[in-house]
Structures are given as C-alpha cells and as structure tokens.
Design a protein around this ligand. Structure first.
Ligand code: NAD
Ligand code: MG
Length: 396
C-alpha cells in the first residue's frame, strides 16, 4: 500500500491523481491532502478520502477547515502554513508525494520530499525550472526517485532506456541524439502577433485539448509552458539545450519522442488525459488502469506536425535563452512569468506584454551560478519586484 501526499489536491492535477487513487483502494491511499485557500473543497475531499492530515497553506483558514472536519466527524488532523507542507513531505505519513502546487510556492515542499527520499511525482515544473541543481542534489542526498508526470517528460521517461531516464547513464552513452517535446500550440496556434494584441484571459485559458489550471493554460497560450518544459527536460535528463527540440502537434496524442543514433524514434502516445502519466508514476514500474479510454487510431486518422513560431510566441525563445545563460536565469524567467501571467489574468496587462516583461527582467538581472535555496528565493523576489516595476512603467 502506497501512502500518497497530494499537494495541490484541489487543483486539476490533484483531482486527476485522486481519481486514479480512488480506482485502486488496495494499492494507494491518500494520506495527506493539501490546498492553498479552497477550504470547502479540501474538506469535501477529506470526507471522501479520510486522510491522516489535511493542510491548508493559508493559516487564516486553518480554523475554518478544522470546523468543517469536526462537523463531518472526521479524525483527520489539520495543519497550516508553508512549513507544514515541507514537514509533511518529509514525514512518515507518506512514502509518495505528488507535487502539484502551481508555481514557486511548491518549491520547498518538493525539495523536502526529495531530500527525505520519497517517491516524487513532479507536476510542479516551476520548482525544477527555478532550482534544478538543488532538486537534483536533494534527490541524490535522499536516495528517492523522481517520476516526471508532466505528460511530455513522462513520455520521455517511458521512451528512454531506464538507465538514461533515471540519469544513471548519460544520454549519449544510451545512443540518444535528441529529445523531441511536442506542443499543442495552444488556443492561438497559427495566429499572427497583430491578432494576439487584444486577447482576453477567458480566450487564453480556453485550451483546445487539455483542461488545466488557469496559470498553466496561459503558459500554454504563450508557449512559455513549452519553454519551462525545455528547461525541465534539461535538468531531468541532463540534455544540452541543442539536444532538445520542440515540434507543434495540434492533436496532443504523441506526448514526446526520443531520437536515437541509429535513426530510431521512440514515442509515447495516448489520449490527452493526465491520469495516464499519474497512474504511471504511482504504480511504476508496474502499470494500472487509469480510467483513460483506449486510443482509437482509426478515428484519429491523422497526426500533424509543424515547426513552432518563435517570432510570434517569443516566450519559448526566451526560455531557451535563459537555459543557455544558465545559473539563476531560469529562476528569473519563472518569477517574471508568474508575475506577468497573474497580472494578465487580472486584466492588468496585455497578452503580448507578458514576453516583454520577462525579456526586460532577463536583461536587467544578471545570472549567477546557483549556490543555495536562500539565493534562489532572493532571486525570485528580486525578479518579482523588477517585473512589477516594469509593468508599472510599461503598461499599468
Ligand atoms: P491548479 O491551479 O488547477 O491547481 C493548483 C493547486 O495548487 C490547487 O490545489 C491550489 O490550492 C494549490 N496551490 C496554489 N497556490 C498554493 C500555495 N501558495 N500553497 C499551497 N498550495 C497552493 O493547477 P494545475 O493545472 O493542477 O497545475 C499544477 C501544477 O502542475 C503546475 O505546476 C502545472 O504547471 C503542472 N502541470 C499541470 C498539468 C495539467 O494538466 N493541469 C499538466 C502538467 C503539469
Ligand atoms: Mg506538459
């Protein structure tokens, strides 16, 4: 029986995780559930899954959550605050942690799970983008295992030889030439820059193939999601920037591909449903039913591939640039993006200005070699403040 802590339980990935867990009560148990402020939704999940511990990240809502659980007659303990997340990630309450908090807020609990040697199902790509070298060091120190559940990286993990997927062996030694990430292209694929000028938040979050949280949906619309994923692939599989390609594939059926020296290309295919990757991570190295309907190739009939438009969707080019610059540059990219996307979702910033703000922050803040968590938290704060200043100057 795996005891699973689900951080971000009330979100899109959290919901898909709990759906898989509920299908296999003899294998998996949700022992810790955590959310940010959605105390009512978290209480409802506690009634259904009866975890040992429920964490509400905002301490102002701890009393509210406790009252709800008491009214429901549950013995589930309640904790609050970011420290409670890191503490639970490292505790004996769980052997598996699903890192599905959105943004930099997930970093410390992700690091804590890695350091404690847990099985870490990583959805929170912002954590590895910000702090790749620290996360890898924490994994080495803890001796646990990272199972990528971002669908592209899960596909790569499946298509790579096990020794390369888990970094026991260099990619070149496994005969790998390229990692090819697929991108749906988002809701604005094929549009020109001029056509993107008046995009509203509601248009940006309407993804054609995936139902996701609002922040990652905007990232998909700008192609920053793919940019973050290029950086994620670099750290996960120790791949040089030039060995990571992006191809647009509007149907989101081929989740990513590995090209080998002999000309073979191995891909992982499936319906666009995150439960496949989550079930893979939970059950690995076994396979279990994820509730995902079988892929009907004949009904699909065709799969299309196109090059990404880096001039219109500049965020992808900016992410490659930050990766090449290295050090703290990806943390700057991530923080500026979080601030700009939040402002866009708030109606405070035009869609096209998201890339402008990020580019200006990358130009302004010099990259330094990564040393420790305190430095990265400081970099994150510096970049957020710079992004706010630039937004005031440019647009707000
Ligand atoms: P979401 O917005 O639906 O859910 C986010 C969850 O994080 C919620 O449960 C929320 O309560 C919690 N949260 C937010 N801020 C927090 C904080 N400060 N402290 C504690 N908890 C906090 O987002 P999502 O779509 O589920 O995405 C979650 C993560 O997974 C993101 O990093 C995203 O990039 C990644 N991801 C998502 C998908 C997808 O299909 N949704 C696919 C791949 C990767
Ligand atoms: Mg993805």
């Amino acid at each position: 029986m795996r005891n699973v802590a689900v951080f971000g339980a009330t979100g899109s990935i959290g919901g898909s995780t709990l759906d898989v867990i509920a299908r296999h009560p003899q294998r998996f148990r949700a022992s810790v559930l955590a959310a940010h402020r959605a105390s009512e939704a978290l209480a409802a999940l506690c009634e259904r899954f009866v975890p040992d511990l429920a964490i509400i990240a905002d301490p102002a809502l701890e009393a509210d959550l406790r009252a709800r659980l008491t009214r429901a007659g549950l013995a589930t303990r309640v904790a609050s605050g970011p420290e409670a997340l890191a503490e639970a990630a490292a505790s004996s309450l769980c052997d598996t942690v699903v890192a599905a908090i959105v943004g930099a807020a997930g970093l410390e609990s992700t690091l804590a799970a890695a350091r404690a040697g847990k099985r870490l199902l990583l959805a929170n790509k912002e954590a590895i983008v910000m702090a790749g070298p620290l996360l890898l060091a924490a994994l080495r120190e803890g001796g646990g295992e990272l199972l990528p559940v971002d669908s592209e990286h899960n596909a790569l993990f499946q298509a790579l030889p096990p020794a390369a997927a888990t970094r026991r062996e260099a990619l070149a030694a496994s005969g790998v030439r390229k990692l090819i990430l697929t991108a749906s292209g988002g809701p604005f694929r094929g549009r020109t820059r001029a056509e993107l000028a008046g995009i509203t938040p509601e248009q940006a979050v309407a993804h054609p193939n995936w139902r996701m949280g609002r922040k990652i949906s905007v990232d998909s619309a700008t192609l920053m999601n793919k940019g973050l994923e290029v950086i994620e692939a670099h750290f996960l599989f120790d791949a040089a920037p030039d060995a990571i390609d992006v191809v647009v594939h509007p149907q989101s059926i081929v989740h990513s591909l590995v090209e080998y020296a002999d000309g073979s290309v191995l891909a992982q295919l499936g319906n666009p449903d995150m439960r496949t990757a989550l079930a893979y991570g939970l059950a690995w190295p076994e396979r279990v039913d994820a509730g995902v309907p079988p892929l009907d190739l004949v009904a699909l009939a065709r799969l299309d591939f196109q090059p990404p438009d880096l001039d219109t969707f500049r965020c992808l080019a900016l992410a490659y640039a930050a990766l090449r610059r290295g050090g703290t540059a990806p943390a700057v990219l991530n923080a500026a993006n979080e601030v700009a996307v939040a402002a866009f979702l708030d109606g405070q910033l035009p869609f096209l200005a998201i890339a402008e703000i990020i580019e200006a922050c990358l130009d302004k803040i010099p990259a330094e070699p990564v040393t420790d968590l305190a430095q990265l938290i400081q970099t994150d704060l510096t970049a957020r403040a710079a992004a706010q200043r630039m937004m005031r100057r440019l647009h707000c």
